[in-house]
Design a protein around this ligand. Sequence first.
Ligand SMILES: Cc1cc2nc3c(=O)[nH]c(=O)nc-3n(C[C@H](O)[C@H](O)[C@H](O)COP(=O)(O)OP(=O)(O)OC[C@H]3O[C@@H](n4cnc5c(N)ncnc54)[C@H](O)[C@@H]3O)c2cc1C
Length: 471
Amino acid sequence: MNARQMRYGPLPVERVDVAVIGGGVVGAAVARALAGHELSVALVEARCDVGDGTSKANTAILHTGFDATPGTLESRLVRRGCELLAEYAGATGIPVERTGAVLVAWTDEELAALPGLAAKAVKNGYERCEIIGAEEVYRQVPALAPGALGGLTVPDESIICPWTTTLAFATEALSRGAYVLLNTRVEGVESGGDGDTVLRTGRGTLRAGWVVNAAGLGSDVIDGLFGHRRFTVTPRRGELFVFDKQARPMVNRIVLPVPSSRGKGVLVSPTIYGNVMLGPTAEDRDDRTDTSTSEHGFDFLLEKGRKLMPALLDEEVTASYAGLRAATEHGDYQVHLDAGQRYLVLGGIRSTGLTSAMALAEHTLGLLGDAGLRLDAKATLPDPPRMPNIGEAFPRPYQRADLIAEDPAYGTAVCFCERVTEGEIRDALASPIPPADVDGLRRRTRALMGRCQGFFCGAEVEKRLRAGESQ
Ligand SMILES: Cc1cc2nc3c(=O)[nH]c(=O)nc-3n(C[C@H](O)[C@H](O)[C@H](O)COP(=O)(O)OP(=O)(O)OC[C@H]3O[C@@H](n4cnc5c(N)ncnc54)[C@H](O)[C@@H]3O)c2cc1C
């Protein structure tokens, strides 16, 4: 299938063995895993791009799962997903940095909670946490505000590029023969009468032998279309600040708060793109589409930032954004299989889905296989895709004399703040899943995400995108 068929016109396929609804990080990982078998697979996504929902706006931490609730499905899958994704990142070039984290106790109560957190980490299968005194906390994070009483180290917490991750999964699903159907919203579900399900979409109908619901914030709605009322998604908004690259030397590891019942709390973290982020907030909302930021969110983050690391607030804020966690009334992932309906829902993947996506995919194969889906591994598979590096810790094209000597387009900057070159933009536009808009191009190259936020290069980047589209 070509890039046009992905997004426009009638669907290029009438029936597949498995349809995966939702092209976020979870659905893309599941489609990739299924497409490694002798099955026809479709990844069905309402938006014009993969990874354009919650998967594009998170804190981008590859969690060890040290603080999960022991015994939950989430705990098991985060732990396993962390291993799988770290390995996959190595194979595909997804930028990842094992910065480690330090969880900081600011009160006597928090200090007293550290041994319990260390024991919990062990119960979650993670044994490398260590309790440290205040002196060591300040040695590790000198810019921290005064008043820290002690901490807990988590040496394997890592930062990762969430955009490249989803794109790599979807690109590999495509290269393994899956249909990637974008701009294709599932609007209705009917029984096909022969065991198949008929999905009514904005681009026509698609029959599927099996359906996996990975629709994120819409997973309860799709579950309802299958006749279930098992959980309700309440979007939990998380707002974040991104600080300029000047702040990066101040933060060389993730600084975590002691978690509460409301979630993981506000952290300070380096980003894979060389910035620093502060956030996220946690606020339940009604609107599943509202990813706007708010004045009260900003005030809250400023207050938190001032308490945590006052020097950080002297640095410029380059951007702010918000993401919506698919929180439910339950404390664990909502994974339910209906063998009779040949239907599986992967819902309530709240704060850890980037980390657990590959493990959720593995779990999906197990559940569907047990329920009767025949899973014969393909005898040969294409090599995993080699993703363009947009991480700051690894050589970027503008730094590589060998690449520039071969192709001067990698030596010609278009976005000066982020040093994105003509060659990278050209490659993104010609890639198997090209961007649909400037935001998609930004997620593939970093163009426009620097301190000028596109003020200088925006028109040029847009021009190149339009020229790419018309080819
Ligand atoms: C503020 C914040 C911080 C986070 N930090 C981290 C972190 O540090 N580490 C971590 O591991 N996780 C983190 N997460 C969680 C992680 O981002 C999510 O768990 C993950 O992105 C969920 O992926 P998904 O594929 O389930 O959902 P999504 O990315 O939302 O994908 C679901 C897709 O389904 C599509 N869809 C919905 N309805 C339909 C329909 N009817 N038809 C077709 N398509 C449909 C949507 O358009 C969407 O693209 C964070 C989340 C937030 C909000």
